[in-house]
Design a protein around this ligand. Structure first.
Ligand code: BG6
Ligand code: MG
Length: 222
């Protein structure tokens, strides 16, 4: 019997690799604006909301725009991003994800999404994974961007679980910090050199299963 009551998953970079699509869409915008935007710069946008991403890009390009212009550009970027994600298929679900979700369901552990993205519903539909989650907390129901813990606290509330009994899976530095701010245990997805604050780091969900989760909850006193 496990103490973990719920597992909360970030979407972009954990369940699907959409960072590439975000990059291509932002790249198209920066080319239009004459800003030099690299894949390294793109790292800073992970986990961060759409408008904050645009602010970071404008800061890189040393460009100031008024609010209405910013809204216009963010909408333009999003229309290009939607072109990409509307073509996504279930094959794009990252390795190990479905297996873990099934294991969690069998163990009666709740599952939820905790993502900054307002496009979460469309992605979940395209990859056909919606039914695996008991709740979806995303950019449409929260207003404070990670590292603010709002989205994870909301996810815990939606599945009716004490937030101290949740484990979060996150690939972004801002997201790991958000999980810690929520008082949750955080499993980082990516490199331990980058996700230094995560309790435990794996390269992808294919490295996670119930036995490992049990070790993690014991080690970190959940
Ligand atoms: C996060 C991504 O999940 O969602 C960020 O890591 C992105 O890169 C953010 O900016 C917001 O996404 P969207 O789909 O609402 O523009
Ligand atoms: Mg992410």
């Amino acid at each position: 019997m496990m103490n973990t009551a719920a597992c909360i998953f970030d979407l972009d970079g954990v369940i699907v690799d959409t960072a590439r699509y975000h990059f291509l869409a932002w790249k198209r915008l920066t080319e239009q604006l004459g800003i030099n935007f690299t894949e390294d710069d793109n790292e800073r946008l992970k986990g961060v909301s759409r408008m904050t991403s645009l602010d970071i890009i404008l800061e890189i390009g040393n460009l100031k725009l008024d609010e209405s212009r910013k809204m216009e550009y963010a909408a333009l970027k999003n229309s290009w991003y939607i072109d990409y994600i509307s073509k996504m298929t279930p094959e794009e679900i990252l390795p190990g994800c479905l297996e873990l979700l099934k294991e969690l369901k069998n163990a009666n552990i709740r599952t939820a999404i905790g993502s900054a993205s307002k496009n979460t519903p469309m992605i979940l539909d395209r990859i056909g994974i919606r039914e695996f989650f008991d709740a979806v907390a995303d950019g449409n129901v929260v207003s404070k961007a990670k590292p603010n813990p709002e989205v994870f606290i909301k996810a815990a509330e939606m599945v009716g679980v004490d937030r101290r009994k949740c484990i979060v899976f996150e690939d972004a530095v801002a997201g790991v910090q958000a999980a810690l701010n929520a008082g949750m245990i955080c499993v980082g997805i990516g490199s331990p050199d980058v996700l230094t604050k995560a309790h435990f780091v794996i390269s992808g969900l294919k490295e996670m299963n119930l036995t490992k989760l049990l070790t993690i909850e014991k080690e970190f006193g959940l």
